[in-house]
Design a protein around this ligand. Sequence first.
Ligand SMILES: *Cc1c(COP(=O)(O)O)cnc(C)c1O
Length: 363
Amino acid sequence: MTSGNTERFVDLRSDTVTRPTALMWEAMQAASLGDDTLEGDPTVHALEHLAAVMTGKEEAMFVVSGTMGNLIASLCHATRGGEAVVDAQSHMAKSEAGGMSRLAHLYPVLIPSVRGEMDLDQLAGALRPDFSRYGQPTAMVGVESTHNHSGGYVPSLGYLADVHALASRARVPVHMDGARVFNAAAALGVGVGQITSHCDSLTFCLSKGLSAPMGAMLAGSHAMIEQARTFRRMTGGGLRQAGIMAAAGKVALETMVTRLSDDNQRAQRLWAGLAQIDPQLVDTVPSKSNIVRLRVAEQRECNPSAWEAALAECGILARASGTSMLRLVTHRHIGDDDIDDAIAAIASIRDRLVANASPFGAV
Ligand SMILES: *Cc1c(COP(=O)(O)O)cnc(C)c1O
């Protein structure tokens, strides 16, 4: 998209495209400010306090992005070096430019997962409390909720409790990449604290479905966050009048959490509509959160980028993901009509592309 003007499209590329709400703009304008690297910024402090309370952690810290939050968590947990035991399909392993290993010097041990849940036997086998003749200790275990690369699946509370118990037994902290953890809470019908009680630290994004223009929070113990403040400085995340952005983040936490179930439900509506056209177009089980994956053929005219272009012609934006899928993400600017438009567009493109690509592309 070169023009940058995507507002007339049904933009299902990501929930990060959400614009600030009117209340956010007002709060940004009215925010009390300080220099967050000098004496501190009162609005940032208020946001950090609120995030800590909501996630049930001792302290929280405002960071520029979810990626920065995960990186700083890795740096904090990596004081002795060692291994990061993470799911092979995790965002930290696949989509953060290798920061965990390149900058935090953690050796990634990748565990296979199904719908966002790692194989617990393999996880248990990978945990090492101490140095051995052949290995270094596990510095951290990573979990992710909702799970991005599986298509938004929501790991169960039982799974998270099992991972936490295994890790705690090996004296290893669990870091949760909870970029969309409030969508997960809405999907499970629980308070977010019930999810975050199963980790020692977590990151979540303000800039996705919660609609803030930027920012994420890293939450954990007092001791960890104190250290994290140094690492935030080190990684270039020490901000000045950050209260302008924190004000929007605070409004996000105060006003945008409960509406995420609408996004989750619209994704179910999308999944159901697509499944009705052809069950093979979607995952066999819907994710319960705000992501739907569209499975398309890999060959010739049927590949994901052909689909991306054909959808854009119908006014629908989606993103290719891998060699055979598109990712559709619902958010505040997507209504029921948009979902129905997307379903209709996909139905007609499927008829056209499959016909064109015959015989190779026929399902
Ligand atoms: C979006 C996302 C991130 C990164 O957040 P940014 O703010 O884009 O850096 C991390 N983990 C998961 C699972 C995500 O979906």
